[in-house]
Ligand binder design. Structure first.
Ligand SMILES: Cc1cc2nc3c(=O)[nH]c(=O)nc-3n(C[C@H](O)[C@H](O)[C@H](O)COP(=O)(O)O)c2cc1C
Length: 647
């Protein structure tokens, strides 16, 4: 049923005129090259415009040579790049969507590649990057302000509808606003009025340099969650000052900065939905009618409508939900279910490790141009059949894409539930949202015409009876290797979880996965009252968890009292005491009493049932156990090119 949600109705206020109230928030994607706009980057935004975003906000764009965090960040301050920005604006406008460019100066939070000593209002060391900044002189403050204004002018020349000043997440504007990072005694520091002067004058300078109808939005941190930093009360004082002296077209309300509070700026699946809505509501109280945009884990359009109806906000921003489904709004308008975001933060992990943005199960994200070629590729030859063995992430995506391309598809899954490793992860407290991915994929595959046979095992005999012309895709996944320890039997993580009511403590989990499910089980068992220790051969735990979520994992492990042992390999249990060996020195040590040993991995590919002589393609964990996004992408590519892989 097509929807008539308030969030999808047009919105007009002053200079702001939007086709709906669901914005695509600023999202670094690493698709730029040589600091300029590329066709890939244009396609990234064009797809979200086509997908119905009410406002397209670009990723942070550099406003000054002292803020060029890496080679993919486009330089808004460079006039030479205006033609590239114009191509981007044109592509978004061709879909009747407005576009604003986010103006970004990182200040001391020089995350990736500070080519020079970063600039900041005060010389205090940055807690995340560790950089010690140069305290800006008065002339340098004016120079950077001019960079903001010139960048806005360049974007206006390129045809942009406006700009959004990035005043959130601990970057330069926040560094001026925050009493924790601004210790200046001159007109740029001290009282709220003086700390706000930098952003107020930037807004006014942009107004002077840009056309009358040019939109200026401001994204603010309404709570830094650090000692002595901005809290809601201080944010309200800042907002009051801004709306009085330099009104903007909208206020985006975000939170946290790149300190230990970093985990809050992109709350992951362990958080409740809309965990920071109270901040938007608090800002709206003092916004004097300026439209307020709520954000952070607004999972769907319906929740967005609810925020608007309850008076929490006027507009709603989403980033990750547009990564898991670039056509989020259009799908809702057509009465379809968008591909829901799991909030696993793999997208964030990718961009913060220098790779193009990705999603664990959105095949087009970060490769929009390639995906268009796939869409245009010829359909499968009439009536040809695909037999997929296994309905995990890889099997379901193979089935979805192959059915879409016109194949007759049958998927055989021996267990009674589709989803494989991902669905099992969703049984663990705090990981429930992961299950949405496989539920969506299963429905999508069936909608495309695939037949999913649950509880149906196929063996060599059955396979031999299939038509020799059928494509056979093996997607049987992987199983944990569960070797007993000298002196003690071992459980797999899944078995330990299933039989947790009978487990004896203390419990030791031998961590070979360095991944979320291991820690979620450890935390749950500890919260149930067990003594739990995690032992890893690595020098740190959770290396496969996005740093931003790792903070939460480490916090929850500590809160639950889980003991962590690194660089150790358990070797035996002597009289109920676990003995482990240091991986580098070889020295043995007695770690303490243990009742239950749990092996969290490694995984080994499950055995293929395909007999010799039958041609088959192996995809996903069944060829090599890897992170979800790699498994998914492989299956997607195989299904998109099946006829070339197996003519
Ligand atoms: C991959 C990624 C890149 C981001 N890049 C930016 C950025 O350039 N500027 C910004 O203000 N916020 C950035 N953010 C934060 C988002 O704009 C948004 O505030 C946050 O993700 C919460 O919204 P969500 O729950 O809808 O994802 C980024 C978030 C992600 C996941």
């Amino acid at each position: 049923m097509p929807t008539t949600s308030v969030a999808l109705s047009p919105y007009s206020h002053g200079r702001l005129s939007l086709p709906n109230r669901i914005a695509f928030l600023a999202t670094v994607n690493n698709l730029g090259r040589n600091r300029a706009i590329t066709p890939e980057l244009v396609a990234f935004y064009e797809e979200r415009a086509r997908g119905g975003a009410g406002l397209v906000i670009t990723e942070g764009l550099s406003v000054h040579p002292t803020s060029v965090p890496n080679g993919t960040v486009p330089l808004a301050f460079d006039k030479e790049l205006v033609p590239g920005f114009a191509r981007l604006a044109d592509a978004v406008h061709a879909n009747d969507r407005p576009i604003v460019g986010q103006l970004w100066h990182v200040g001391r939070q020089a995350l990736w590649n500070p080519g020079m000593q970063p600039w900041s209002p005060s010389p205090g060391r940055d807690p995340y990057s560790g950089s010690t900044p140069h305290a800006m002189t008065d002339a340098e403050v004016l120079e950077v302000m001019d960079g903001f204004a010139q960048s806005a002018r360049n974007l206006a020349d390129a045809g942009f509808d406006g700009v959004e000043i990035h005043g959130a997440h601990g970057y330069l504007v926040t560094q001026f606003l925050s009493p924790s990072s601004n210790q200046r005694q001159d007109r740029w520091g001290g009282s709220t009025t003086d700390r706000s002067r930098f952003v107020v004058e930037i807004i006014n300078a942009i107004r002077e340099r840009c056309p009358d109808d040019f939109v200026v939005g401001l994204k603010l941190t309404a709570h830094e969650y650090v000692d002595g930093g901005i809290d809601l009360e201080e944010a309200q004082a800042i907002v009051s000052r801004i709306v009085e002296t330099a009104p903007v077209e909208y206020l985006g309300v975000s939170q946290a900065n790149f300190s230990p509070s970093l985990e809050y700026h992109v709350p992951d699946l362990s958080f409740d939905d809309v965990p920071f809505a109270h901040l938007a509501a608090g800002v709206r109280e003092v916004a004097a009618g300026t439209p307020v945009m709520a954000m952070a884990k607004v999972p769907d359009v319906e929740t967005g409508s609810d925020l608007i109806e309850r008076g929490v906000a006027d507009l709603v921003g989403m980033s990750r939900a547009w990564l898991s489904d670039p056509h989020l709004v259009r799908r809702v308008e057509r009465g379809e279910t968008p591909r829901p975001c799991t909030y696993c933060n793999t997208c964030w992990h990718y961009i913060h490790t220098g790779r193009p943005v990705t999603c664990i199960y959105a095949p087009e994200t970060g490769r929009e141009l390639e995906a268009r070629d796939e869409e245009a590729s010829p359909a499968a030859s009439e009536g040809r059949r695909v037999r997929v063995i296994g309905a995990g992430l890889a099997g379901l995506e193979t089935a979805r894409v192959a059915s879409r391309r016109g194949y007759e598809v049958d998927v055989y899954e021996e267990s009674s539930q589709a989803g494989g490793r991902l669905a099992r992860e969703a049984d663990i407290p705090g990981r429930e949202r992961m299950g949405l991915a496989t539920q969506w994929l299963q429905k999508a595959a069936v909608r495309e015409g695939a037949r999913v046979h649950l509880g149906e095992q196929v063996d060599a005999e059955v396979i031999r009876e299939w038509n020799a012309d059928d494509h056979v895709v093996v997607a049987v996944g992987a199983q944990p290797v569960v070797d007993d320890l000298d002196g003690a039997a071992a459980y797999s993580l899944a078995d330990a979880w299933e039989t947790r009511a009978e487990l004896g403590g203390p419990v030791v989990i031998v961590d070979e996965m360095e991944d979320d499910p291991t820690y979620a089980v450890a935390i749950s068992l500890a919260n149930d009252g067990h003594e739990v220790a995690v032992v890893t051969r690595r020098d740190a735990v959770a290396r496969n968890v996005a740093y931003v979520s790792r903070i939460g994992v480490l916090r929850r492990l500590d809160e639950a009292g889980v003991v962590l042992h690194t660089q150790l390999l358990p070797v035996r249990v002597d009289d109920g005491v676990l003995v482990a060996r240091h991986v580098f020195s070889g020295k043995e040590r007695r770690l303490g009493p243990v009742k239950t040993i749990v092996r969290a991995g490694p995984l080994a590919a499950a055995r293929s049932p395909v007999p010799p002589g039958v041609d088959a393609v192996v995809v996903g964990d069944a060829s090599a156990p890897r992170p979800y996004e790699a498994v998914f992408r492989e299956a997607h590519t195989v299904a998109a090119h099946l006829d070339r892989i197996q003519p």
